[in-house]
Design a binder for this molecule. Structure first.
Ligand code: FAD
Length: 412
């Protein structure tokens, strides 16, 4: 088969879908080719014994600027988490809440018992700056690693090791906190300005909602692309001739299709899913390990945020570990008994989801988090490796790549 269109988008993850939406709105002929039998890429949800199992614990932040262009988040029926974390420290569970978003949490509870009073004031100043300064100013600041930035902000070893490293390691999927301080600034900004939640139908509802306005006959599923050259995309079903190609695949696949791109290191993530007859906590809040054991990054009762994640009478707990080595489930279960401070003997281990290539590493320099998307000769690239490693980064990269295509088509 030899087909023809103006633009071929390779990859139907969030970046590819955002690109398709922009091209479709502009009325330019396009097709999207996706290797798998479904859209969404790294955002996927399976159903297991009536539980919604996302392919690795992930959440949607309502402050991501690109979301509003693509959907009304109300249609996702989000169940929200408390804006804050619980920290297990010895026999205590300490509670950090964002006082701007959770006024009933009370300022006295914010960070109490984690770090010193000076730490709390300095962290509040850092987060407030990220929330209120223009993004352009945050991204023009001198860039270093997140760990160095936190230390330069005057934060003590105690608050970094007992709160920030466990919490941020789950966000960046990077225990070393070697991620760029510019990514850190954007993450703190999103957490301070938005809420985090789960769609009632699982995270896969996000790509589904973004794809909904696109005509199904322009979306070729089960069609892996073997080769991309200027003006031509080779698939197992035949070639497609076109004026422009947007390669919106995951970073390792992008390096294979576009050898000129630098290889990106990927961080690994494993999530253990347990079902329990009683929830170990009643609040929808992330729990991190402040005891410096460096095994579990975070654990959370997902069904406290979105009851649809578990069938009636059950509760779904997701526990995540950062790094390539995933400990056996009994080791994690023992940690969960300690972290929640109650027996987990009546919990059922549903499944363990290991994602070896979960998120691209984003060490400094990342600059303004905008890597070039136009490669010349009608080739374009999108994906979370072109912007910040996040849902926002993937969406905005696709939007940007489609904008660059439109500029080139109009000029040519
Ligand atoms: C476990 C986990 C937790 C996360 N947590 C969060 C979070 O809480 N918040 C957040 O903001 N972000 C989070 N992220 C990151 C976010 O999910 C990703 O950044 C984003 O989904 C990447 O989208 P993408 O379109 O760039 O790439 P992908 O989703 O990887 O999409 C690429 C698509 O290209 C297809 N493809 C690959 N090769 C080919 C080929 N040869 N031919 C055709 N198609 C091909 C793939 O099948 C895939 O569908 C998490 C990611 C993971 C894995």
């Amino acid at each position: 088969m030899l087909a023809e269109t103006d633009v071929v988008i390779v990859g139907g993850g969030l970046a590819g879908l955002a690109a398709a939406r922009r091209l479709h709105r502009a009325g330019v002929p396009w097709r999207l080719v996706e290797a798998e039998g479904r859209l969404g890429g790294r955002v996927a949800t399976d159903v297991l014994d009536g539980h919604l199992i996302d392919r690795g614990f992930q959440v949607l932040n309502t402050a991501y600027p690109r979301l509003g262009t693509l959907l009304d988040t109300d249609q996702l029926n989000l169940g929200y988490f408390t804006s804050g974390v619980l920290v297990r420290k010895g026999d205590k569970l300490l509670r950090l809440v964002n006082p701007l978003r959770e006024p009933t949490g009370g300022p006295g509870t914010a960070l109490a018992g984690v770090g010193s009073l000076l730490d709390r004031l300095r962290f509040a100043a850092l987060a407030t700056g990220c929330a209120t300064l223009p993004a352009s100013r945050l991204l023009a600041a001198p860039e270093t690693t997140s760990e160095t930035a936190l230390r330069r902000a005057g934060l003590s070893d105690a608050i970094i090791e007992e709160l920030l490293r466990p919490f941020l390691s789950g966000v960046f999927i990077d225990r070393e906190l070697s991620t760029s301080s510019h990514v850190l600034a954007m993450v703190l900004r999103s957490f301070a300005r938005g809420r985090i939640g789960l769609p009632a139908e699982g995270m896969a509802a996000l790509p589904r909602a973004i794809a909904a306005p696109l005509p199904a006959d322009l979306l070729d599923l089960d069609t892996p692309v073997a080769e991309v050259t200027p003006g031509r995309v080779r698939t197992q079903a035949g070639d497609i001739r076109c004026r422009a190609v947007v390669v919106a695949v995951d970073p390792p696949a992008a390096a294979a299709l576009l050898p000129a791109l630098a290889t990106v290191r990927m961080h690994s993530y494993t999530t253990y899913y347990h079902s329990a007859p009683e929830p170990p906590l009643t609040e929808p809040i992330l729990l991190v390990d402040g005891d410096r054991r460096e095994l579990v990054a975070n654990t959370v009762v997902l069904s406290n945020a979105a009851a649809t994640y578990a069938p009636a009478g059950r509760h779904l707990i997701a526990t995540s570990v950062v790094g390539p080595t995933a400990p056996p489930e009994p080791t994690i279960r023992a940690e969960l008994t300690r972290l929640y401070g109650r027996s987990t003997a009546d919990w059922t281990h549903l499944t363990t989801v290991a994602i070896p290539e979960a998120l691209p590493a984003a060490p400094p320099p990342q600059g303004r988090l905008r890597k070039p998307v136009a490669l010349g000769e009608g080739l374009f690239v999108a994906g979370d490796h072109r912007d910040s490693p996040s849902i926002q980064g993937a969406l905005t990269s696709g939007w940007r790549a489609a904008g660059a295509v439109l500029d080139e088509l109009r000029a040519g």
